[in-house]
Write a protein that binds this ligand. Structure first.
Ligand code: AHR
Length: 493
């Protein structure tokens, strides 16, 4: 099938915030413990307790921001349990996720150390559901105050002299659900109260994020914007791509047919509708786009792998996940004016992870490779991309080709294109309007032979990027053939 894509390289839109390429790590399953933190005495090679293999892999994808400690866990987390000598820290039950013991060995110091090692900005989510205003306020004082105060003194006693530079602070998580089952009117008032005491010490500018809507709860966004917009920098949105039904069976990560592939693509694209509609409400209260839409949980959510703890949310990651990641990141890029940050769930071993581990072994997922390829869009200027694509899927319900484009300061243009179809090639005519005649084209592709292809400890490189060569370019125009189930990034300079 034939598809036309036109990019206006001489018109620039909003800057694509690098924070759109953010991540999320929760105290859930084997994400923090085993996936990131093994402790200094572990036989697994580690750097200050963080496993070195995972650290190095994550350093290579340029992670701009990391959200922690949850998720649902955040509204049960009491930060003071996670500071001081590790052996003396309180052991608690992780009631949300598997009922396992949480020994609090990974706390504030360990998280902020990890951020420093990754060169990433921290995004801390505070406890509104079961915590107090004082507890939240003191956490910020502990992390960011440089002078003499009870919390800053305690931080020094625990070995950290200088305050950290904490940039993003979330006031509660999913307050409509696991964060307290609140009504938006009630949460809007609580948000206003809690955020008052989230102080900005010593020039540490905090970007404050209010807990936002579940999927298409547009009323939540309306009430929050109406009642609390002047007090927030960002408002969140959570949406997961689930081919089945959340409660009755989400679908298998590995064992799926064409119908499930198609519904997955349709539901991934639904992110565009959700953002457009939440954005329209935000526009009416905030036409200057000062408040960012923060999609701080997104990704695929399937049934857990057979035989694994249902509370650990461990799922495999195939080429289907990679296409969902490519499409979703394209959508965020294209909404860059309003979407200031997004955080895929989650970083290691949980949901749509970058990396899977088992004891001392590790492999990178197809989704990791998409993040690696797409990092070229970070902080680049969004370019208008016009897409005239044939439709695919059962009932021709979704466009076969999807894309976004950006330009870096040095003039290099990047176009990311996905072929969402499971079976058909896509022949694309790409017109890069406004480019000089003499340009060089390069490309990278991630694809697979079979729809179930994925990486494993035994076969860690089954799905991995390669040079893309199936195109003919002439100046600013090219004819490309995208194989089924593929993600391509072109570099034109
Ligand atoms: O990412 C898993 C869970 O999904 C998070 O803890 C929660 O916020 C959401 O419902």
């Amino acid at each position: 099938m034939k598809h036309n894509v036109t990019v206006n390289t001489d018109q620039q839109e909003a800057v694509i915030s690098r924070h759109i390429y953010g991540h999320f790590a929760e105290h859930l399953g084997r994400c923090i413990y085993e996936g990131l933190w093994v402790g200094e005495d572990s036989s697994i090679p580690n750097t200050n307790g963080i496993r070195t293999d995972v650290l190095k892999a994550l350093q290579n994808i340029n992670i701009p921001v990391l959200r922690w400690p949850g998720g649902c866990f955040a509204d049960e987390y009491h930060w003071k349990d996670g500071i001081g000598p590790r052996e003396e820290r309180k052991r608690m039950v992780n009631t949300h996720w598997g009922g396992v013991v949480e020994n609090n060995h990974f706390g504030t110091h360990e998280f902020l150390m990890l951020c420093e090692m990754l060169g990433t900005e921290p995004y801390i989510c505070g406890n509104v559901g079961s915590g107090s205003v004082q507890e939240m306020s003191e956490w910020v004082e502990y992390m960011t105050f440089d002078g003499e105060s009870p919390m800053a003194d305690r931080r020094r006693e625990n070995g950290r002299r200088d305050p950290w530079n904490v940039t993003y602070f979330g006031v509660g998580n999913e307050s409509w659900g696991c964060g307290g089952h609140m009504r938006p009117e009630f949460y809007a008032d609580l948000y206003r109260q809690y955020q008052t005491y989230v102080r900005e010490y010593d020039g540490n500018r905090l970007y404050k994020i209010a807990g936002g809507a579940n999927v298409d709860d547009y009323r939540w966004t309306e009430v929050l914007m109406r009642e609390a917009a002047p007090f927030m920098d960002g408002l969140s949105l959570h949406y997961y791509t689930i081919p089945g039904d959340f409660w009755k069976g989400k679908g298998s990560a590995l064992d799926f047919d064409k119908a499930e592939w198609d519904i997955t693509m349709e539901r991934a694209l639904h992110m565009d509708t959700l953002i457009s509609r939440h954005r329209a409400i935000m526009d009416s209260y905030d036409p200057e786009e000062k408040v960012g839409l923060i999609v701080d949980e997104w990704g695929t959510w399937f049934d857990v792998e057979p035989g694994t703890n249902p509370g650990f949310l461990y799922q495999q990651n195939t080429i289907r996940d990679a296409v969902v990641a490519g499409v979703t990141l394209n959508i965020f890029n294209r909404h860059a004016g309003r979407v200031h940050m997004a955080n895929i769930a989650q970083m290691v071993n949980v949901l749509q992870a970058m990396v899977h581990t088992e004891e001392e072994k590790m492999f990178l997922t197809p989704t990791y490779h998409v993040f690696h390829m797409y990092q070229v869009h970070q902080d680049a200027a969004l370019l208008p991309l016009h897409l005239d694509s044939d439709m695919s899927g059962e009932n021709r319900a979704y466009p076969q080709v999807h894309g976004s484009a950006s330009k870096q300061d040095d003039g290099t243009v990047h176009v990311s294109l996905c072929n969402l179809d499971m079976e058909e090639d896509a022949d694309v005519t790409l017109d890069m309007r406004g480019l000089p005649d003499e340009v060089t084209w390069n490309g990278t592709i991630l694809t697979a032979e079979h729809k179930h292809d994925h990486n494993t400890f035994e076969d860690p490189e089954r799905v991995q990027p390669e040079a893309f060569q199936d195109y003919k370019a002439d100046g600013g125009a090219a004819e490309l053939r995208l194989p089924p189930m593929s993600v391509v990034v072109l570099d034109i300079s």
